[in-house]
Design a binder for this molecule. Structure first.
Ligand code: HEM
Ligand SMILES: *[C@@H]1O[C@H](CO)[C@@H](O)[C@H](O)[C@H]1NC(C)=O
Ligand SMILES: *[C@@H]1O[C@H](CO)[C@@H](O)[C@H](O)[C@H]1NC(C)=O
Ligand SMILES: *[C@@H]1O[C@H](CO)[C@@H](O)[C@H](O)[C@H]1NC(C)=O
Ligand SMILES: *[C@@H]1O[C@H](CO)[C@@H](O)[C@H](O)[C@H]1NC(C)=O
Ligand SMILES: CC(=O)N[C@H]1CO[C@H](CO)[C@@H](O)[C@@H]1O
Length: 376
């Protein structure tokens, strides 16, 4: 927590030096910068960028910093100064009632940002009968829509039609993670998020159907998918650590427990004791509603990586992180004592900043929805 607090303080100072307030008075959208994808990361102070220490480093060092970042620190400071506080306090209430809201929003944000960037397109209901992202296969079991709506309703009362659903999802996810850390053993990352995103005017069913990573994706497919959105292998490994919280339904890995077309044996990469535990937890029948997590308490931490090293990954895609050279990052994050957890927290925070900054709509692009599930 101390690292994060210091980092954030430095972040604020750095931002005040580069002068976001000067930018805020010129409301003109910058069409070229607003259509870029993850490049806003270059607007962050250097210490918040990732220190690559492997062969992926060159992919970063060649990109120039963008002068006009579309997102800003505290974008709503004049138009709705209480916005971030309303998000935070509402999340605190929602979390105290149901801690599952933190993983639910984290997954929702991932599914939003992976399809055309963080533009709240995942929140739209079907429009004119045509399928929305919510209808796409990977959407099954997505949760947290009601939490976003609850927050949005309060924000709308304070500042009508001002704060985008895309920003609310990014802020609420961040705040939920902080809460999950506070009550857990780990204590953990608070990361700065910029705001000023706008909401999409359509939903992207076909893309969601094809591009959201699937639970049985292999090593190569997972890495290629994340790389196409600008994530290095190391960042990909840290992001999947999101699975240290929340629950996974048996439907996504039942076939790993029994080889239905052959011997009935569990997947060869799965620890046998684990297979027995999972069979017991999931039940023999359809059991579509049973779900398990990487640890009973489900708090954020690096236990996910230790489990992978023991062959106790739940999804095939999780276990695949140990199937190639990414195993070195799994080992680094799983390291005993403080060092693994510290590395994971810092690098997860960095990767979340990057995820939250994917292709935002800004300026006059898109719209600000008044209800997150509908276009205005
Ligand atoms: C290869 C990449 C990934 C695959 C295949 C994948 C797949 C899945 C699946 C199948 C579930 C279970 C859903 C359910 O049973 O309801 C799940 C849950 C979850 N995923 Fe992922 N995921 C991936 C990456 C990520 C990333 C990058 C994040 C966030 C940064 C994330 C966050 C979560 C969270 C928090 C949950 C628990 C949700 C809850 O308990 O409500 N996942 N994921
Ligand atoms: C939905 O249908 C109405 C009426 O036909 C039309 O005015 C509107 O533009 C359509 N919306 C979208 C997003 O296609
Ligand atoms: C991974 O999956 C892709 C697509 O499903 C497939 O083309 C590829 O051969 C697989 N790679 C390995 C090493 O199994
Ligand atoms: C990201 O932006 C770069 C440069 O503008 C572009 O070449 C690349 O295709 C974009 N990637 C995605 C996933 O949009
Ligand atoms: C399932 O069993 C069949 C026949 O024994 C075998 O060919 C196949 O590779 C097994 N599948 C898995 C996922 O282990
Ligand atoms: C949460 C959500 O909207 N789930 C939907 C996913 O898509 C199926 C159809 O493909 C719907 O029935 C679910 O309601």
């Amino acid at each position: 927590m101390r690292w994060a607090a210091i980092a954030f303080a430095v972040f604020l100072v750095a931002l005040s030096l580069v002068g976001p307030s000067g930018r805020s008075t010129q409301k003109k959208p910058n069409p070229s910068s607003s259509t870029t994808n993850a490049s806003f990361i270059w607007g962050l102070p250097k210490f918040l960028r990732f220190q690559e220490d492997d062969d992926e480093a060159s992919s970063y060092s060649s990109s120039p910093p963008t002068a006009a970042a579309p997102l800003e620190y505290d974008f709503y400071r004049e138009k709705c100064p209480q916005a971030e506080e309303i998000v935070r306090s509402t999340m605190t209430q929602l979390y105290s009632r149901n801690a599952g809201v933190a993983p639910a929003l984290l997954r929702l944000l991932f599914h939003d940002c992976f399809i055309r960037g963080c533009d709240a397109s995942i929140l739209l209901d079907r429009v004119n009968g045509s399928s929305s992202e919510k209808d796409a296969a990977p959407n099954h079991t997505l949760k947290g829509f009601d939490a976003v709506d609850a927050i949005k309703t309060r924000v709308e009362v304070a500042c009508p039609a001002t704060v985008s659903c895309a920003d609310i999802l990014v802020l609420a996810t961040r705040d939920g993670l902080v809460l999950d850390f506070t009550f857990g053993k780990a204590g953990g990352p608070f990361y700065p998020v910029l705001t000023g995103r706008r909401d999409s005017e359509r939903s992207f069913f076909d893309e969601a159907q094809l591009q959201i990573p699937a639970p049985d994706d292999n090593y190569t497919k997972t890495l290629v998918n994340f790389a196409s959105r600008g994530f290095t292998e190391r960042e990909t490994v840290s992001l999947l650590g999101a699975h240290s919280i929340g629950k996974l339904h048996c439907q996504f890995f039942r076939h790993r427990l029994y080889n239905f077309s052959g011997t009935g044996e569990p997947d060869g990469s799965m620890d046998l004791e684990m297979a027995a535990e999972m069979r017991a937890a999931c039940g023999a029948g359809d059991g579509a509603t049973a779900a398990v997590g990487y640890q009973p308490e489900g708090r954020f931490g690096n236990h996910y990586y230790g489990r992978l090293l023991e062959g106790r990954g739940i999804l095939h895609a999780d276990q695949q992180l140990t199937a190639g050279r990414t195993v070195r990052w799994v080992r680094a994050y799983a390291a005993e004592g403080d060092s693994g957890l510290r590395a994971f927290r810092a690098e997860f925070a960095h990767a979340m900043v990057k995820l939250s900054g994917l292709s935002p709509l800004s300026g006059s692009e898109g719209q600000v929805r008044t209800r997150c599930s509908r276009l205005v």
